[in-house]
Design a protein around this ligand. Structure first.
Ligand code: C2O
Ligand code: CU
Length: 475
């Protein structure tokens, strides 16, 4: 297909932008053409390294990029790219990232999933004003896992992530001797749906704080890309970095995924899974073995929650044979199980909406009835304590609302989902858990790492901004 046709098709699609996204997707029945090659975000090189620490510099700036071929789109990017560069960190080795803000707005950087000192964790009011810099220090004491860094500005994180302020942060274990696929066979995939205006600008429409959804699916910043693969095993680190869209992934070939990790690293044992649910900010790592497919086979990564065009994410074209020594061992990692008998208390957090005054009435997204107040402490766990946190999702005005609940500083294990044991694929360490309408999810966590000011919030970014966050002080 020519660039010209691509552009026309894109504009036709984008001009439907005045129709609410939920109805729009029905009109976008044409299948995506999987033309763009999957971009892999470049790994950032440290500006300096010493015995203990790697130092990085990142500039936050606007840039023009070609997300859709032939069309220039203005973004806000780390080093001007969408997504930002990947930072590779090593357990036990410190990372210092100096961010310089060359945007016209204040920003905040959060390392999602990191065990981070409070002054480097990106509390929403700890801003970097335009023209200034801030040093973020990461101790990298957590488990090896697929983390990500992104903007966390209060009331603006939705727009800032929508425009591109997100990147991978891969925390690796220097002693990792697993036989899993590595190097070019270990591929991060950042999924984001986006809408565009008819002139190619990113169109941030949060639908009165219900959440910004899109009509184009991007992977690593490219619409419906293709990855040419060898007929062998690959490890994929999949992050749903959408503002407000949950996905449920499957392969068009009906081959199940072999899931090896959750948000916070390797599972004890692999789980075979025909469909993988991924709420906003959740990560999953899978191995897909392409060795059974003849050269020339195309396998589509599908989204069972998406309609029309959005029911497809990207595709894999099997283009060559290759030898493969990698495999998925039956036992992946050791890890401790936290027991409810260790917990010293249970705290309950109800995620729901509150109508706002005005016509038409809007919604304020709140936790336990309260909007975020950076000066109010909503929970004060003691360092070292094990606690059970109960997350409850309440429907609001008849709308089914999924709240992906995220804790800063410490990961958790799911004890129960609606009174039942968690699904096999959720039985690892996590930092974000999907709590769907009327669901009750109990998680268990041990407060460790640091004392200080942290957060609990919903990772629907528009809920988070307005104002579904709670301040957590570890004392
Ligand atoms: Cu991914 Cu508090 O954030
Ligand atoms: Cu929410």
């Amino acid at each position: 297909m020519t660039q010209q046709m691509n552009r026309r098709e894109f504009l036709a699609l984008a001009s439907a932008a005045v129709i609410p996204a939920s109805r729009q997707v029905h009109q976008l029945a044409a299948p995506p053409d999987f033309e763009t090659e999957l971009p892999i975000p470049p790994v950032l090189a440290p500006v300096k390294s010493d015995l203990t620490t790697d130092y990085y510099e990142v500039t936050q700036r606007e840039a023009w990029t070609e997300i859709v071929s032939g069309i220039r789109t203005k973004i806000r990017g780390y080093n001007g790219s969408f997504p930002g560069p990947t930072i590779k960190a090593h357990r036990g080795r410190r990372t210092v990232v100096a961010h310089t803000n060359h945007l016209t707005i204040s920003t905040v950087v959060h390392l999602h999933g990191g065990v981070t000192k409070p002054d480097s964790d990106g509390f929403p009011t700890d801003t970097i004003p335009p023209g200034e810099s801030r040093r973020y220090e990461y101790g990298n004491s957590g488990r090896a896992a697929t983390l990500w860094y992104h903007d966390h500005s209060w009331r603006d994180s939705g727009r800032n992530l929508h425009m591109g302020l997100a990147g991978f942060y891969l925390l690796e274990d220097p002693n990792d001797d697993t036989p899993l696929p590595r190097e070019q066979y270990d591929v991060p995939l950042m999924l984001q749906d986006r809408s565009f205006t008819s002139d190619g600008e990113l169109d941030y429409d949060h639908q009165r704080h219900h959440g910004a959804t899109g009509n184009v699916m991007l992977v690593n910043g490219a619409p419906w890309p293709v990855l040419k693969v060898a007929a062998r095993k690959y490890r994929f680190r999949i992050l749903n970095a959408s503002n407000a869209t949950a996905v449920a992934l499957s392969l068009s070939s009906h081959q199940p995924f072999v899931q090896i990790a959750t948000d916070q690293g390797l599972l004890r044992a692999p789980v075979s899974l025909p469909m993988m649910r991924l709420a906003m900010a959740e990560r999953v790592e899978v191995v897909i073995d392409f060795s059974a497919y003849p050269i020339g086979t195309r396998i589509v990564l599908q989204n069972r929650r998406g309609r029309g065009r959005l029911s497809r994410v990207m595709c894999f074209d099997v283009v060559r044979k290759e030898r493969d020594d990698s495999f998925v061992p039956a036992s992946l990692a050791q890890s401790e199980t936290l027991r409810s008998s260790e917990a010293v208390r249970t705290r309950t957090f109800v995620f729901g909406g509150r109508p706002t005054l005005g016509l038409p009435p809007g919604v304020r997204w709140v936790i336990n009835g309260e909007a975020f107040d950076p000066g109010r402490v909503d929970a004060d766990p003691r360092l070292g304590d094990v606690e059970i946190w109960r997350f409850v999702s309440r429907g609001f005005l008849g709308r089914a609302m999924l709240h992906p609940v995220h804790t800063h500083l410490v990961p958790f294990q799911i004890l129960t989902r609606n009174g039942q044991p968690p699904r096999a694929e959720e039985r690892g360490w996590k930092d974000t858990v999907a709590v769907d309408r009327d669901e009750v999810v109990d998680v268990i966590l041990r407060w460790s790492g640091y004392r200080g000011r942290y957060l609990l919030h919903c990772h629907n970014l528009e809920h988070e901004d307005h104002s579904m966050m709670a301040r957590v002080d570890v004392i």
